[in-house]
Design a protein. Structure first.
Length: 581
């Protein structure tokens, strides 16, 4: 049951000379097969594309990641001083048997190879003071997750430079867990939007773990290329994954870049075929700052992200709020109403609040203070929609306008402030009202709807059952969120084959952090998987408390107004409402 809608709203790889290209190719071949007489490493290559850190880089053109990318034409190069180091994280404990170094002309004459289980306490497994450069195959024996080159004496006036740094062995552990590093961290951007269409859409909104808030580039300064947003992780981190949840204003061409100083940037990911929605990027890089640098927009607007999440190790992460506990279906009954009581009694005020006043979406009824919502004495709640014969005298006073004139009245009840919940199985046994112009519904609305900073549809809406009288054999289940709402909501109809109001039906949804599964009379017909939703429609906004609503609307944008075939009064009869967790 929708509420009123809001107003509109690679780094560059250096070019090699032909001679250097041939040299690099030969070096790569030597690295792959080993020099004459050298046995092939006993283990497997463990270091390629793994997270890597370095004491320094000569420039953004020669990042540390280039030493483990398997490309003989890219290299890491340090600043021109002693001492320097290069370190790779293998992702888990491994038994190590060989390290292979493919040097550029700026090599080390003195260095050590060290291994560590935790990146803190190191064991030396190889040392030399007579390094020769070129291609070196170093047999080692040790165990660890981290492998580091400590470079202490240069062969030239320049720094240290490696085409490839390869570690071989046998994996003996599992990768350590990534951690969300960007939550609550300060952000900067090329510009930010703050107007009627996107108020306060600052960089921080992309790092707040609220999928209903977003950052957007400014409309007042022009939607232009490039556009960017960056986050300060608080300390150097090894980046392994970036998640972008785009608004429809997304980038088709962009880079993910890292920096140590928020000034000099190096690329760790690049694409010219961005598709929008949710993009999960596997990356490898090290830095304190991470930036999305957009160079081509998908449409005539700017760039906008609901979420920009950075995962890895290191940094100075803030622990995000704990997620609600996962339910177990069918679960235990935690709340319900069987609507027992004498005929004419009003709904239990400890459970239900009547909403009083005119409807939304161009509905025609006036919702009364339980005049249209009473118990029938047989264990049912009856919400009656009716035409008022003498509207001038029998309609309630509108508390806003003071008017006593209304043509139709009905009822709408909610549990906000009495029962708000996250996740579970929610069901109701209902006999719908059905005549042209009516719109009965059983639905959930995000409890932050009543926070003026979280208007509809940002709060999220879960329509378990909607029925419009002009389609007497169908009901609908639909989701509404900032990126899909109103007529563009994400949902599915259920065709009964007979009039829905011929009897009672149990309408239900099972809801957790990964899916929403809708059913009628125990038969599932529509399941929303979180990953699919985020990668095809937009953000998932269903990880916070919601409350229950029952109403029987008259007219509105979807069903249209009552007409010649409309029969009133019409009762929406509810046998029970139950929540299991």
């Amino acid at each position: 049951m929708t509420t009123a809608p809001p107003q509109p709203r690679r780094w560059r790889r250096r070019r090699l000379s032909p001679l250097l290209a041939i040299t690099g190719l030969l070096v790569g071949l030597v690295s792959a097969i080993g020099p004459p007489g050298q046995a092939v490493a006993a283990g497997t290559l463990l270091s390629q594309h793994r997270p890597v850190t370095a004491s320094s880089t000569e420039s953004a053109a020669f990042p540390a990641a280039a030493a483990v990318d398997g490309d003989a034409g890219t290299r890491w190069s340090s600043q021109f001083s002693d001492a320097q180091w290069l370190q790779v994280d293998l992702g888990g404990t491994a038994s190590l048997d060989e390290v292979r170094l493919t040097w550029e002309a700026a090599y080390a004459t003195a260095f050590t190879v060290q291994v560590s289980a935790d990146g803190s306490a190191w064991t030396t497994v190889h040392t030399t003071t007579s390094g020769t450069g070129g291609s070196q195959v170093l047999p080692i024996s040790g165990s660890g997750r981290y492998v580091r080159l400590n470079l202490t004496r240069r062969a030239t006036q320049y720094g240290y430079s490696l085409w490839e740094f390869q570690v071989y062995g046998t994996a003996g552990g599992t990768p350590g867990p990534d951690r969300l590093l960007s939550y609550g961290k300060p952000g900067t951007a090329s510009s930010s939007q703050d107007d009627a269409n996107c108020g306060g859409c600052a960089p921080a909104k992309a790092f707040d773990l609220d999928p209903a808030t977003r950052w957007a580039t400014s409309s007042t300064t022009g939607w232009v290329d490039p556009g960017w947003i960056a986050v300060d992780l608080g300390a150097t981190a090894t980046i392994s994954r970036v998640v972008l949840q785009w608004d429809p204003a997304y980038a088709t061409a962009y880079q993910i870049q890292v920096s140590d100083n928020n000034t000099d940037w190096r690329g760790i990911y690049s694409t010219t075929s961005g598709r929008g929605f949710k993009e999960t990027l596997t990356v490898s890089g090290t830095g304190r700052y991470v930036r999305m640098y957009g160079t081509q927009r998908s449409n005539g607007y700017g760039y906008s992200l609901w979420e920009f999440q950075v995962y890895g190790t290191g940094g100075n992460p803030v622990t995000p709020p704990a997620q609600p506990p996962a339910p177990h279906f069918p679960g235990t009954l935690v709340w319900g109403d069987e609507f027992t009581g004498p005929s004419g009694a009003t709904p239990d005020p400890s459970k239900w609040t009547p909403e009083i006043g005119p409807g939304v979406n161009n509905e025609l009824q006036y919702y009364t203070n339980n005049r249209n919502a009473t118990l029938d004495g047989n264990g049912n709640l009856v919400i009656q929609a009716r035409r008022e014969v003498t509207p001038g005298s029998s309609c309630p006073v509108d508390p806003v306008s003071g008017s006593t004139t209304c043509q139709y009245t009905s009822g709408r009840l909610n549990t906000h402030g009495r029962f708000d919940f996250t996740y579970g199985r929610v069901e109701a046994r209902i006999k719908v009202s059905s005549t042209p112009g009516l719109w009965p519904a059983f639905w959930l609305l995000g409890s932050n709807f009543f926070d003026t900073r979280t208007p509809w549809p940002n709060c999220g809406e879960i329509d378990i059952m909607e029925h419009v009288g002009k389609e007497p054999t169908r009901t609908y289940s639909t989701l509404h969120a900032p990126a899909y709402f109103g007529g563009g909501g994400y949902g599915q109809p259920l065709e009964f084959g007979v009039h829905v109001n011929a009897g009672f039906h149990v309408f239900a949804v099972e809801w957790d952090a990964s899916h929403l599964a809708f059913s009628v009379d125990g038969n599932g017909f529509f399941t929303v998987n979180r990953d699919q939703l985020e990668t095809t429609r937009g953000p998932w906004v269903y990880d916070h408390p919601f409350f229950i609503i029952l109403n029987n609307a008259v007219g509105g944008d979807w069903p249209g107004p009552p007409g010649a075939g409309t029969v009133l009064p019409q009762d929406m009869v509810v046998d029970y409402v139950r929540v299991y967790q």
